[in-house]
Ligand binder design. Sequence first.
Ligand SMILES: [Zn+2]
Length: 94
Amino acid sequence: MSDLACPHCRGTVPRGASVCRGCQAEVEYGAPTFAILFVAIVSAVLGVKTSGAVPESLSFLSWVVGVGCFVAGSLLLRKIFKDRVNFKRIYRTK
Ligand SMILES: [Zn+2]
């Protein structure tokens, strides 16, 4: 467990914190949203393709394929982006 350095205010943020105390930047860990979205879309497409390829009595397979791909993809993303930390500074107007 080591502190992270905020790129916006140069302050230190304890690993695991969700907000920077110095500048209120949001701290995001793990896979970026677009990567998760990409996995979800690919899984859905594969599921739909499977449902078109198998007889109706085996239509449950499309769910198995779709959900299976999503779970596998999510685990893969978690592995790839294990050490990724992203500071998102939102300029709030009050
Ligand atoms: Zn900061």
